[in-house]
Design a protein around this ligand. Structure first.
Ligand SMILES: [Ca+2]
Ligand SMILES: [Ca+2]
Ligand SMILES: [Ca+2]
Length: 288
């Protein structure tokens, strides 16, 4: 083999191994994965005309609109390394909002969709930071925030076992919350998250999720500010405990909505510049 080819082979192998190892470190037990991966920024597209038909079928044109693709991301998730059930799954997510709702489209591969053996099942969850100082995907002591400096986390959780409706019909996605000491009672909050799913047998799942931007409940994250919202998520495959794949942490950026393609901040700046220009022009005219 030529020397140059050997060099290329070594470089490619090193890159592949580094990539694989970075997933292996994604699981709690290896320390806080924020140190390993950092926090990945993700945009949410604003489309005031987006109107979801919540049926698990992404046939709405807004999902594919070119200007909404900024809200599209591939999220890698991995289970605990060195286990018999180790696997990595890539979930394609698209985040879009209008003035009232956040919509999320998720698609991921699963070659054992909706198994009906025993209590095995598939599903997914989101964890949204409400007010943890050190929000992380590393749950050292279980589902509580003791290792994150306290604070609360809004949890949206759904599995096929809860799917009492047939494919293509919307249903509740569990709307929960946990804090420093663990889970709060679900009865304390309204159920504000809805979901619908479809699947192609033993190939993949597609889900559409809808939640109001603001619920005005202390057990929910409120999307009412221009800031970054931290979240991480998980995918369950044929079970629910350690054998689910987790993501690292993402920072969703909520920007000022654009008006007809222009941002209000920019409009304000242009408006001010125009007014000042006219004022100066008129003043110079008077002086002459
Ligand atoms: Ca739909
Ligand atoms: Ca499965
Ligand atoms: Ca909640």
């Amino acid at each position: 083999m030529k020397k140059s080819r050997i060099v290329v082979l070594i470089i490619v192998s090193t890159l592949v191994m580094t990539y694989a190892l970075s997933f292996a470190n994604a699981w709690p037990g290896d320390g806080d994965c924020r140190e390993e991966h950092g926090i990945t920024p993700v945009d949410i597209a604003y489309d005031r005309s987006a109107n979801l038909k919540l049926d698990g079928v992404p046939s709405e044109s807004f999902w594919e609109k070119e200007e909404n693709q900024e809200g599209k991301i591939e999220i890698p998730l991995a289970t605990e390394p060195n286990t018999s059930y180790f696997y990595v799954v890539y979930l394609n997510a698209t985040f879009i909002r209008n003035d009232k709702y956040m919509y999320i489209l998720c698609q991921w591969k699963d070659n054992t969709t909706k198994p009906n053996i025993g209590n095995l099942y598939d599903g997914l969850y989101f964890c949204w930071n409400i007010d943890c100082p050190n929000f992380s995907a590393n749950f050292e002591t279980g589902m509580d925030t003791a290792s994150m400096g306290g604070g609360d986390v809004d949890n949206w959780d759904w599995d096929i076992n809860q799917a009492t409706s047939p494919n293509g019909t919307s249903m509740e996605m569990g709307d929960f919350c946990f804090g420093e000491k663990g889970w709060y009672s679900r009865n304390l909050e309204n159920q504000d998250v809805t979901i619908a799913y479809t699947h192609k047998k033993d190939e993949f799942y597609t889900v559409e999720i809808q939640r109001k931007l603001m619920t005005n409940e202390e057990y929910d994250v409120q999307f009412d500010e221009k800031k970054e919202y931290f979240f991480n998520m998980g995918v369950m495959n044929d079970g629910r405990h350690a054998d689910h794949a987790v993501s690292w942490t993402y920072a969703m950026k909520f920007k000022t909505p654009s008006i007809n393609g222009y941002y209000p901040d920019l409009l304000l700046i242009f408006g001010l510049i125009t007014i000042i220009s006219i004022f100066l022009f008129e003043r110079n005219k008077v002086k002459r």
